[in-house]
Design a protein around this ligand. Structure first.
Ligand SMILES: [Fe+2]
Length: 180
């Protein structure tokens, strides 16, 4: 289950109903897939072959097709990141830049952990959404955000796109951004 941390106040929001209500109020989609559907051999595995990625897609095919039908996604893939990922430091540096997209950014966490840092339109400011396996989240289009790993630095997630080529990051230098 996801947890929220508000950067300005360090306030934490825990508990499924509270987290859901907070994210709903910021138009952030928050749903769940069953993390135990993942085959045993793929659990806590962060270096994946193409076959293993395909196996993850087929494990969650029903959930993916349901999301795609409801929200208009056309393509999907699996991303795996860990300290074994080539150029992980460079990648993380690139990730940790506030940006927007013209379509929403949806991720379903399959293994490991990650954080979306999202800017609220109201006085709440930037908040962290800490994600664990089974959490599905979508950052609305044109909303300042970025994604990064947590201390374990390991994640596997399913990404869905309306149009992959159109999924471009527009970097933003935001004076309101509060680091960690
Ligand atoms: Fe993004």
């Amino acid at each position: 289950m996801a947890q929220i941390r508000i950067r300005k106040t360090n306030e934490r929001i825990e508990g499924e109903a509270e987290v859901k209500a907070f994210l709903d109020s910021h138009n952030v989609v928050y749903e769940h897939w069953n993390p135990t559907k993942l085959p045993e051999a793929l659990r806590e595995k962060f270096i994946l072959s193409d076959d293993e990625k395909a196996q993850i897609i087929s494990t969650y095919e029903e959930e993916i097709r349901d999301l795609a039908a409801r929200r208009g996604y056309e393509i999907w893939d699996v991303i795996a990141l860990s300290d074994s990922t080539p150029d992980i430091e460079k990648l993380l540096q690139k990730f940790e830049q506030v940006h927007t997209h013209t379509e929403d950014e949806i991720r379903a966490i399959v293994s490991g952990k990650g954080i979306f840092i999202i800017k609220s339109e109201d006085e709440v400011g930037y908040f962290d959404v800490e994600l664990e396996p089974g959490d599905v989240i979508s950052v609305p289009e044109n909303t300042n955000h970025f994604f990064t790993l947590m201390d374990n630095r390991e994640i596997v997630a399913v990404r869905l796109f309306i149009e992959k080529d159109g999924w471009v990051a527009y970097n933003i230098e935001d004076p309101d951004f509060i680091k960690a």
